[in-house]
Structures are given as structure tokens and as C-alpha cells.
Design a protein around this ligand. Sequence first.
Ligand code: C2E
Ligand code: MG
Ligand code: MG
Ligand code: MG
Length: 291
Amino acid sequence: QAKARGRNTYCLFSPEMQGDLRDRVTLEGELRLALQQRQFVLHYQPQFDAQTGEVGGLEALIRWQHPQYGLLHPENFIAAAEGSGLIVEIGAWVIDEACRQVRVWLDAGLVVPCLAVNVSFKQFHGHDLQGTVTAALERYRLSGASLELELTESVMLRDPDRVYAVLHGLRLMGVRLSIDDFGSGYSSLMYLKRLDVDTLKIDRAFVTDIHSEKGRAMVEAIIKIAQTLKLHTVAEGVETVTQLTELRNLNCGEIQGFLLAKPMLPDQVKVLLAEAERHNLIDQIMPANNF
Ligand code: C2E
Ligand code: MG
Ligand code: MG
Ligand code: MG
């Protein structure tokens, strides 16, 4: 699987392509074309309140509707987009498109939870991220609180002072911040002290390990850190009822994962948001004797 090779590969498909300059140039050209020809799409994965089952948030995840290869996932092209710097333009498109979609849902009369978008470290450097966000919010008449930015810990590695300044400006606009894949990267508790973060997203690797004693202890420790700092928690990659039960017992705030919902198209989100007001998805999935 492509994911197993990690995120920092340039290859579109085969490992053999990696490092081949000609293919890299081709991919870069294709990414440029994809932007022009509007081949990128966003799918949306809901996050559910672990206790009430309400949809507490949504995460926008980019896909590339490739004319030949079909629907490509970010692991196939995000690293190349970052390497070439095109991620800045792609990232700006993601922010605009996400805001546009929120406006469409709102205009359809739905109650729309906060929508999270992933941002790459490059979007902080040599680029006005705050300006991009401001423009999108204004264009679609949204308040800052409709948007959340998901950063990985690696964002802080280069020029942290600039990153802090940009994030502080965004916070003042009401934009929320979450740390993605928490615990899996270059974790430093320093940035949690300096940054006004709202949410820690517990990396899928910890969730996968939750059945073991040590794995459970790790998740518990992360949730305790979050509680102490008054931060929200979202568990990523929840795939089984056992994981869900453990996470609920540990008082995890929100649950994101294939067990409850896969990333979906805007119309499916529409149905979900309308349905969610009537049905509790978590209660439907949990064995009845848990209550
Ligand atoms: P992420 O932000 O940590 O997103 C979560 C990933 O886990 C998504 O993969 C999602 O589809 C997947 N996932 C959700 N639930 C489950 C589950 O229960 N089991 C498993 N095995 N996986 C689950 P996806 O969409 O392929 O995205 C991968 C990564 O690509 C994201 O990880 C994020 O780092 C990056 N990415 C996605 N969209 C964007 C974007 O617009 N901009 C940037 N810069 N990066 C993006
Ligand atoms: Mg949230
Ligand atoms: Mg994310
Ligand atoms: Mg993540």
C-alpha cells in the first residue's frame, strides 16, 4: 500500500518511480494542470461527539480526480505538491473550496459544524496564509469560527516565530486550531504552551494500539494532557467498536473514523447533517448492553 511507504515520497504509483526526475517533473506539471482544470475535489469526514453522537465537526480531505488514474488520495501527490511549492496554491484552493461548501450547506438550511482543513508547513512561509483565510471567509460571508486549521507538529520546525505570529492573527479572527496526528511527530509541549490551540487529534497509531495495556495508557495520557490544558480531543482512525468503547471510557471528546463514517461527498454530508438531528449514530453502533 502506498501509505506504508510514508508521506514523503514523490511517487504517483510505484516505488520505482521515486527519485526519477522525469516522472517528478511530469507529476509537477500534472499538478499544475490539475489546478487549472479543477481536477481536485474535497471529501468530508465527520467527527462525532463520543457521548452524544452529534456531529461536532467535519474534516475536508483532498482528492485528485485524475483523468487517467481515477480518484487519487493525498498520499499519492501531497508530498510532490509540497516539494514543488505548489501546495501553497493547492492549499489556498482547499481553503476557498471548503468555505464555499460551508456556504452551500448553510444556504440549504443546515446547521453546519466547524469545518477543518489541513495546512502544510509551506503555507506559512513566503505566503500570506492569514490573507487567504480572510479572503475566503469574506467571500462566503462566514465567521472565523466556521473554520479550523489542522497543523502537524512539523509546522513548528521552521521559523516558529513566524508561525506563531500567523497563528495568533488567525486566532484573533476566531479561527480554531488543532494539532493533527498528535504524539506521532516532533512532539514538544512547548508549542502547546505558546500556541492557543483548541484541539489535539490523537494519531491513529495510538487508537490502533488501544487494545494493549501500553497503548491504552498512551491514549489515556494524551487525553489527560488535553483535559489539564482544557483542550478538546478527537481520536483519529477509529475502526472498531472496541476502540470506540475504550475511547468513551477514557472520556475522549470526539471520534473520527471508518467505523462511524468514511470521508464523503457534499451531498452525503447534507443527508448526514439532516439525519444526525434525529438519530444517534453511536447508539446505533454500540452494543445495547453498554447502556
Ligand atoms: P490526516 O489529516 O491525518 O487525515 C486523516 C486520514 O485518515 C485521511 O486520509 C482519512 O481518510 C483517513 N482515515 C479516517 N478514518 C480512518 C480509519 O478509520 N481508518 C484508516 N485507516 N484511515 C482513516 P486521507 O484522506 O488519505 O489523507 C491523508 C493525509 O493527507 C491527511 O492525514 C493529511 O495529512 C493529508 N491531507 C489531506 N487533505 C489535505 C489537504 O487539503 N492539504 C494538505 N496539506 N494535506 C492534506
Ligand atoms: Mg472540532
Ligand atoms: Mg487532518
Ligand atoms: Mg491525522
